[in-house]
Design a protein around this ligand. Sequence first.
Ligand code: THU
Length: 130
Amino acid sequence: MDYRELYRIAEDAAKNAYTPYSHFNVGAALLTAGGKVYTGVNVENSSYGATICAERTAFVKAISEGEREFTAIAVAAGDTPALPCGICRQFMAEFAPDIDVITGPMKEGEEGDGLQVRPLTKLLPEAFVL
Ligand code: THU
């Protein structure tokens, strides 16, 4: 799948984010090796530490449906270029150490439509492995 399309799915998913505390909506679209897409949003909690990020939501949905191989994840947060947090980087490295991470914001007409593609190994070199 085209990464622009994947990013648009992430943008669309962000509308479902539950963010009464930060009001910072994030959407993720996770592409499996088989071509299926699982979306995720951040789901906040009044006990802030219980919040889950959009990226981990997408992974948890996919893993719990039996998926194990992933090729790319797009992360959209409106006009802000949101890179995955440290916990999400480690979480993703468990299943997809070299997944492509696509971030925006998308600016159509610009080089690559404004999208950035980074392998997770660049965002988290030498990840912890048990
Ligand atoms: N958040 C994500 O969902 N993904 C990221 O990549 C960065 C941060 C969420 C967590 C929290 O709900 C809000 O953004 C502000 O930190």
